[in-house]
Design a binder for this molecule. Structure first.
Ligand code: GAP
Length: 545
């Protein structure tokens, strides 16, 4: 395959993880102490990539938003603005949002191995051998069938040559379908019946505020950035002249004590979200929901995710979150998933007026339609709201209403991971002797690439490094560029290909005669000459394409 044809991204996650570590994109958090499960550190290239993802989101959604015209697919023109709220908020926020009561997963503990599993992430099969029938389990995922078989062989003492003596009753199914826990062999257990019944487990990290540290001082690290926007809705409206429809965006850290963090950064315990709460008139909310689903899909494809590996999945009624009238997920076929499976990149939820009303009146009962206050055993509101008026009065029509909310909620780390997986590929490129060699290349969109251009003197003599240094310093004022004069130029190109650098500028013998340099395109390998003084404008033009 020529290097101009875009190969399918590698399906091998191990190679991507290894590149990330080798080239300084991502490291296991606290690695020298053995790591801490669910926490990741971005290295020198990773920090730039993730910053570029967030920067692209902020620019495209907020800073450069055209609020004068009706955008394609939008019901009308709208405004966008932003917030940056604190991570620790008043505990009442989480009671009224529903996170205090509802934000949990079910988990099972293994009394023998002392391991803890998410109930819905354990998979198993009914297996019978010599009259004994058990539900033998493994962690759900790529290798689950093989894992179940290994576990069954170990327990029943069956050798590989006799594996067909294991009698399976049906295919793999989730542990959530099984009631008889005494018949379950846990994923890491040697005896059946060691898994506990599923128990609720709140995903919010607890902390204490102040020196006394009593029960009254308990607070939580935010599990989403969204609530900061809801509780500041009135502040934004009172301090600005915005009218609805208005989107308020926020990006920042969120924390969830996930039971089984896994798949690299996909499910972490500390991660960043990029969320928009879009406030609109209830009568237009269905149209705005459609608009945001399409707009957000478009954003990912414009930045390089292939539509073949992206899908928009509308939730079934039973799957909807407690507040949601409708939700769609933008999902990506990550390489760590089995073929045909997708992982969530972003959820777009129609939240109705649940959040503003809950913070105004008190926590609403998500099971009741129409939504009404949730009452405690004493008949009083279970969690009191702020009592502040969070409704909106339209100064043109004088209509007063509680806005409906559409929420496009994305993960910065998941988006970064998807862009990395999509970009990773291996193709053929000529080496210094013109021989075709396999090269590893990150075909990142130039907007996302950590380094925009590398400046390379062909050789370290004849005044080439001096000219390259001047070009480098001139470009440095505009873009993140890199200077490299070590090793043969072919090897330096390879290093930049692996880092995803879209352009290399090379100072060579001809530069000394006519002041031109070559620009090399990472993907097509095309090289052309420009005057050294035109490098900055050439790179700027290329980045804007
Ligand atoms: N305010 C709504 C909300 O938080 P969510 O679906 O729970 O919705 C939104 O989260 C996005 O945040 C997800 O689509 C995902 O990209 C990201 N996200 C959620 N949990 C995550 C985790 N444990 N690790 C990494 N990203 C996560």
């Amino acid at each position: 395959m020529s290097s101009t044809e875009r190969p399918a991204p590698a399906r091998n996650m191990d190679e991507i993880v290894s590149l990330c570590k080798r080239r300084g994109f991502l490291f296991q958090g606290s690695e020298i102490y053995g790591g801490l499960n669910g926490f990741w550190d971005y290295g020198p290239l990773g920090v730039e990539l993730k910053r570029n993802v967030k920067e692209a989101w902020w620019r495209d959604m907020v800073l450069c938003h055209n609020d004068m015209d009706v955008l394609p697919g939008a019901p009308e023109a709208y405004s966008m603005t932003g917030l940056d709220c604190s991570i620790i908020m008043h505990p009442q926020v989480w009671k009224c949002s529903g996170h205090y009561d509802l934000f949990h997963d079910y988990m099972v503990d293994c009394r023998e191995s002392k391991k803890r599993y998410r109930h819905d992430q354990v998979s198993g099969r009914w297996v019978e051998y010599r009259g004994e029938k058990l539900f033998v389990t493994a962690m759900a995922g790529d290798d689950e069938l093989a894992g179940i078989e290994r576990q069954a062989m170990k327990y029943f003492g069956v050798r590989a040559k006799n594996v067909d003596q294991l009698l399976y009753d049906g295919g793999a199914r989730s542990l959530t379908t099984v009631d008889e826990f005494s018949k379950v062999l846990g994923p890491d257990a040697k005896t059946p019946g060691t898994l506990t019944e599923p128990r609720e487990y709140n995903l919010m990290f607890k902390t204490t505020v102040g020196a006394l540290g009593g029960e009254d001082d308990v607070a939580f690290l935010r599990p989403e950035t969204a609530q900061g926007i809801f509780v500041n809705f009135k502040n934004v409206m009172d301090s600005t002249r915005f009218r609805l429809p208005l989107g308020i965006a926020q990006m920042g850290k969120s924390f969830r004590n996930e039971i089984t963090p896994r798949n690299f950064t996909f499910r972490s315990r500390e991660f960043e979200q990029m969320e928009i709460e879009f406030f609109c008139h209830p009568s237009a909310s269905a149209a705005w929901y459609q608009y945001w689903r399409d707009r957000r899909m478009d954003w990912y494809t414009r930045l390089g995710l292939s539509p073949e590996r992206l899908r928009l999945r509308e939730h079934e009624q039973a799957e909807l979150a407690h507040y949601s009238i409708g939700t769609a997920d933008i999902e990506y076929a990550f390489p760590f998933l089995a073929p045909g499976e997708y992982g969530e990149l972003e959820g777009i939820a129609h939240r109705g007026d649940f959040d503003l009303r809950s913070h105004m009146e008190g926590k609403l009962d998500e099971k009741v339609r129409p939504l009404a206050l949730q009452l405690g055993p004493d008949g009083k509101p279970k969690w009191k709201g702020s009592g502040k008026d969070l409704s909106y009065r339209d100064d043109l029509t004088n209509e007063k209403y509680t806005p409906h909310v559409i929420e496009p909620s994305a993960g910065a780390d998941r988006a970064t991971l998807a862009f990395l997986c999509e970009a990773y590929c291996e193709d053929q490129a000529p080496d210094d002797d013109g021989k075709l060699q396999t090269r590893t290349v990150l075909r990142l969109h130039p907007r996302l690439a950590p380094i925009k251009a590398a400046v390379l003197p062909l050789v370290k003599k004849d005044g080439m490094p001096e000219i390259a240094r001047e070009i480098y310093l001139e470009l440095k004022g505009h873009f993140n560029v890199f200077y490299d004069d070590k090793a043969a130029v072919g090897r330096r190109y390879r290093r930049q290909d692996e880092a995803g650098t879209p352009f290399c500028i090379t100072v060579d013998g001809q530069t000394l005669q006519d002041q031109t340099v070559t620009i090399r395109d990472r993907d097509s390998l095309r090289q052309w000459r420009v005057h050294r003084q035109e490098c900055a404008s050439a790179i700027r033009d290329l980045l804007q394409q």
